[in-house]
Design a protein around this ligand. Structure first.
Ligand code: FUL
Length: 570
């Protein structure tokens, strides 16, 4: 296409591996380890390996279920902050070799690698840099610790028995470090060089300017705008979550914001927790994949070593809903008109079903207006837009309208489009849509404009107004407790048990984390309940948040946000 050779990419461009992760969209996280057997989220490194003994571990089940429910890659926690390692490492004896499981001859990483190779599932590893068990984790033995971590990286990444047929797509270097942990300076240059040498295509998640960054919260939701670029000099272990959540419009390095969240409130399996509702998962999907960035969804195996039946069922429902969303593109083949188009890149390319064909304008006169004609009145509520990220992210602001009897009416608006933007509006019957790009960093290059009717489970609906927190947001000083009031407005004639669970926001990243679960028993006729929630205690002048989610037995949920502030000590 002639336009291609005339064009230069704009800003930082994604690598092949980053583009592939964009296309993959869905990754699964597997948190399974000594914590599973202690029913805890963070270990202190003193756990007894004898407790690790899954009775029915079946990695084929993990990978098969994830493959069948649309996940394209799986990141396995090989070592969490407690330092316990899921393969027989020669660099430490705090491993499964010291456990009774398979008489100390087992290797979870080898088993999961075999399953991944069998089902052709891409694999990544999480290897926690903070290691509460290692005696070397001390500033005075920093060099030796850095070497220890390096050896483990090499031991895993260069072993052909591990990975999807020996290949890894991601290495997760979690930036979390507990309060009071030694402040070691990690040898990222050596670690990154070793990864590049053993696995040249692997992307790295870290607090540095590597290919993947944290999205700034642990609830799987990217911001709008979402720029897939950052400025390396803004990154550190203490980067403000909002910077990570939005990226940087002036960023110089391409950085994929990975939206991570657990299907349950905790990362490890606890019998007291339930999977998130389908509506919740779909909302997360719209705020991650639907904002143009991969969703990394954690599904924690049970003590037996299996994905829990309730989680499997939820994953299947999720997969069905996502598949149903894309089943009929009402705009496929529809006519599109643009107020400006390059002769080789007409607007019709947006609806021709070819992923690589794109529209670009002939002039750089803003705003750019495009109109889509569905040919007849159709019922829809979802619009998908895509930019050609291979040529750099460009759109900074846009709005969408639909034509009604009395003229154009607002449907949705947003800042960035990026790899893929899903806009869920109120269901409407209309034939014509109008897209106006009001702000761009460079001439826009779009590849897709699709229109769908979302399945019922995804439809826009106001949050269960029948179950209300007194406030959408509470503020509390670090370490104090906050009184939260919940009201049910319907079903007053029946007694009901409503479960309240804390969910990670930014407030747990790098601090202490323990879930709190409360069962509130409403008697018949009772409308209000109050509960005191202890907040996290942490040091340093900063603000962190977490969420409280109330679930009714029928799955309806409500949420409130708790902002914890600490200004006291520093
Ligand atoms: C955090 C950790 O502290 C959590 O335990 C979990 O592993 C999550 C994915 O990252 O930083």
């Amino acid at each position: 296409m002639k336009a291609n050779s005339e064009m230069a990419g704009f800003g930082p461009l994604p690598s092949k591996a980053q583009l592939r992760y964009h296309e993959d969209e869905l990754a699964a996280f597997i948190h399974f380890g000594i914590n599973t057997f202690y029913d805890q989220e963070w270990g202190n490194g003193q756990e007894d390996p004898q407790r690790f003994n899954p009775s029915a571990l079946d990695t084929d089940q993990w990978i098969r279920v994830l493959k069948e429910t649309g996940f394209k890659r799986v990141i396995v926690v090989v070592k969490h902050h407690d330092g316990f390692v899921l393969y027989p490492s020669r660099w430490t004896d705090h491993t499964i070799a010291a456990s009774p499981w398979r008489d100390g001859k087992g290797d979870v990483l080898a088993e999961v690698s075999k399953s991944a190779s069998k089902y052709d599932m891409d694999l990544g590893i999480y290897l926690s840099p903070w290691d509460a068990h290692s005696p070397l984790y001390h500033v005075e033995t920093q060099e030796a610790y850095n070497h220890y971590y390096l050896q483990q990286l090499k031991e895993i990444l260069a072993n052909p028995l591990y990975g999807n047929k020996g290949k890894f797509v991601e290495v997760w270097m979690d930036g979390a470090r507990g309060e009071g942990a030694q402040k070691l300076v990690y040898d990222y240059p050596a670690w990154l060089a070793a990864i590049a040498e053993a696995q040249s295509d692997a992307l790295v998640f870290s607090t540095e300017a590597t290919g993947i960054r944290w999205i700034g919260n642990e609830n799987g939701r990217a911001g709008d705008p979402l720029w897939q670029k950052v400025n390396p000099n803004q990154l550190s272990e203490h980067t403000a979550p909002a910077y990570l959540n939005h990226g940087d419009p002036d960023g110089t390095v391409y950085s994929l914001g990975e939206a991570d969240v657990s299907i349950r409130s905790g990362w490890f399996y606890h019998t007291s927790q339930r999977p998130k509702s389908l509506a919740d998962l779909l909302d997360i999907y719209l705020h991650s994949v639907g904002r143009g960035t991969p969703l990394l969804l954690n599904v924690p195996p049970t003590e037996e070593g299996l994905l829990a039946a309730a989680d499997v069922e939820r994953l299947q429902e999720f997969h069905e809903a996502v598949t149903a969303l894309y089943a009929a593109d009402l705009a496929l083949g529809a006519e599109v008109w643009a107020d400006s188009e390059h002769p080789d890149c007409p607007a019709g390319h947006l609806t021709d079903g070819r992923p690589a064909a794109f529209w670009m304008p002939a002039s750089d006169q803003q705003p750019f207006t495009l109109e889509l004609d569905l040919g007849q009145d159709c019922l829809f509520d979802t619009v998908e837009l895509r930019e050609d990220m291979a040529q750099g992210q460009r759109v900074a602001s846009f709005y969408l309208e639909v034509e009604k009897e009395r003229g154009w009416a607002a449907f949705a608006a947003g800042k960035t489009i990026g790899y893929k933007r899903l806009l869920l509006g109120d269901a409407v019957w209309a034939r014509r849509l109008r897209l106006v790009l009001t702000d761009v960093q460079a001439p826009p290059i779009l590849t897709k404009w699709s229109v769908y009717k979302a399945p019922q489970s995804m439809e826009k609906r106001s949050c269960s107004a029948a179950l209300l927190f007194e406030r959408p947001t509470y503020h509390v000083a670090s370490g104090q407790s906050v009184q939260v009031r919940l009201q049910r407005q319907d079903g007053l004639t029946i007694p009901e048990s409503i479960r309240l669970v804390t969910e990670p926001g930014t407030g747990v990243h790098g601090v202490a984390y323990q879930d709190q679960v409360f069962d509130l028993h409403f008697a018949a006729g009772e409308a209000f309940k109050e509960v005191g929630i202890a907040s996290l205690a942490f040091s340093g002048e900063r603000s962190l948040d977490f969420y409280l989610c109330a679930s009714r037995p029928d799955g309806r949920q409500s949420r409130t946000k708790i902002i914890v502030r600490n200004t006291a000590d520093e």
